[in-house]
Design a protein around this ligand. Structure first.
Ligand code: NAP
Length: 274
């Protein structure tokens, strides 16, 4: 087993990462930075996103493990207090994993008709750096609507608890193979009209976004931001690739959602009895 460690630079993550590395070396695991088959991120969900992008070219051989040095995260099942248990799970590893869908983003340029591909674990968004984004939305090549507003977000099921949720999208169970399109501040009046609600796209469908009247858009792929010129359209679909997580323990998805967004029960127990 060849293990790569990716961490952020908070004091807590550096401490946990050093401790984990010492435990792994003590158990004769090989620590590598290139060509791993296990990638352990130490930090938050954001650190796991960075680890994913660093090793996205090795998805067919790599399984990811997330250790969270704050609260429990969405990609990060392990905490500092159970890293001994994590090391013993690695020693007894039988190769089990759980896999989740990714978003394939294809940028097609006007001038050269060249294209670029990206994979997103959470989501991709497009905005117009200056002013209102005007963008035709196609579903499976059928024109659906002309959007006007701040921007559009297409998220994966595991990304649905990230930016998607903040712009009013639904939380999707990660076992669902579906993409979600959410609007950011759409302009809706007697003249301009969009659906104005999140849409969940079936696994065999794709979304094509064609910006209108602009030569520059701002594109995000998870935490990565770029300004793109001369874009003809952007095609988004469920990727052929998947991300795989080593599966040694299981946290029920809805418990994780409750823990992250609701926290301690607020209701009065007496009122529940009535
Ligand atoms: P960041 O701005 O440093 O942190 C964004 C926050 O989103 C962090 O608290 C992170 O958790 C959390 N997060 C990341 N993926 C998540 C997921 N799938 N479900 C629930 N929470 C999630 O950005 P970053 O750490 O580089 O991460 C980039 C991601 O942050 C983007 O893909 C986007 O989903 C999200 N984001 C959200 C907003 C928003 O809600 N308004 C704005 C910008 C970015 P940890 O603390 O565990 O790292």
């Amino acid at each position: 087993m060849r293990i790569a460690l990716v961490h952020n630079y908070t004091n807590g993550s550096l401490k946990v990462s050093d401790k984990l590395k010492a435990l792994l070396l003590n158990e004769q695991f090989t620590m590598v930075s290139t060509d791993p088959n296990i990638v352990i991120s130490v930090g938050g969900d954001g650190t796991l996103l960075s680890a994913f992008h660093r090793y996205a070219h090795l998805l067919d051989q790599v399984r990811f493990i997330g250790v969270h040095t704050g609260h429990l995260g969405f990609y990060t099942d392990w905490r500092e207090y159970n890293i001994d248990e994590l090391v013993s799970s690695l020693k007894n590893d039988t190769g089990e994993f759980i896999q989740y869908p990714l978003l394939d983003v294809e940028l097609v340029y006007t001038d050269t008709k060249k294209s670029k591909h990206f994979l997103a674990l959470n989501e991709s968004t497009i905005k117009q750096p200056n002013g209102t984004l005007v963008c035709d939305v196609f579903i499976k090549e059928e024109h659906f609507e002309r959007f006007r507003g701040d921007g559009l977000c297409v998220s994966t099921p595991t990304g649905s608890t990230g930016y998607n949720k903040s712009v009013g999208g639904a939380v999707l169970h990660p076992r669902l193979e579906a993409l979600q399109l959410t609007e950011m501040a759409s302009l809706n009046n007697r003249i301009f009209r969009t659906l104005s609600s999140p849409m969940i796209i079936a696994p065999d469908e794709w979304i094509r976004l064609k910006p209108v009247g602009v030569d520059k858009i701002s594109l995000t792929i998870d935490q990565l931001v770029s300004e793109e010129n001369d874009i003809d359209h952007i095609r988004m679909k469920i990727a052929d690739e998947r991300i795989r997580f080593a599966r040694y323990q299981h946290t029920h998805f809805w418990n994780r959602v409750e823990d992250a967004f609701i926290g301690a029960k607020q209701y009065d127990a007496d009122s529940m009895d009535s």
